[in-house]
Design a protein. Sequence first.
Length: 312
Amino acid sequence: MKKHRKCKKIIAFVTVLFIAFVAVIGLHKTGIYRFDFLKDIYKKIDFQLSTNELNIPQDALSFSVYDIEQEEYLFYEGDSQLPTVASLAKLFAIDYALGKVDLEDIVEVNQEVLELVPAGSSLANLYAGEYTVKQIMEAMLVPSGNDAAYALAYHIAKNELGEGYTATEYIDYFMTELSEYLIEAGYSKTNLYNDPSGASMQADSHLDDINRVALKLLNYDFVKECIGKSEFSIQTPQGEFTWKNTNEFLDENSPYYNANVKGMKTGTMASSYNIVVLYEKDGKAYLITCLAAHSNEGRYKAVQSAINTIIE
């Protein structure tokens, strides 16, 4: 096994080195030779050569590889951990909301709720105006818009409470109802506290709950469609929105690019880096979940290491 991995490592290095050489020659001929291009090539080579061994818990506190077809774990470690959930909280908010509203319902986003979004948040950059529930959920999934999460929470709470409350009261009501839903639905190891977007250091979750909600949402066609693209656009009365997916596995210009990754969701809070990945190859599908990696690069390396050593 070690000999086989070493051989693969050498082949990968030689292949990437050859591609880099050809590319550099081409750039030299066209007069576009740039140092930062070489830096990108180096990152890709380094990523290829450093993803041949998965080390948990050094790489992440919790990690799992789930065979979707066989409905079984190929790897599972970190059962005792409750990492910060960060933006993966949006998966639970969407799951709850899908039982409350229809995808084509109209959401009225107003300035009052947008002003509640925590400073420094990841944003879909929504304007006040009309959106469908589906578009709001896409805004939560692709650019991980905290503004979209607040808008959805406000909309559902206002539908149930009626007029006459402040934006803060609507959000508080939504979070109370969501917390009760998590208990009823069996997400007993997840605590989202007071923020529908996951922007709370107190919000935490568990591999079991995150994997279960992720697998549930993958049954929705609109979810699989929007999470699988590096860029995604919607058309609204406010104009067109085009978002960059936070999942760098989808970006062809990223050193982490992997054509077999079909998306899912990232989540980052302070120095805790999470990612849930849908990986498909040869007619098989896997859910790979990495919680509380120590860096952005670390989560991608951990997932790619699992692909290289466990799946392939």
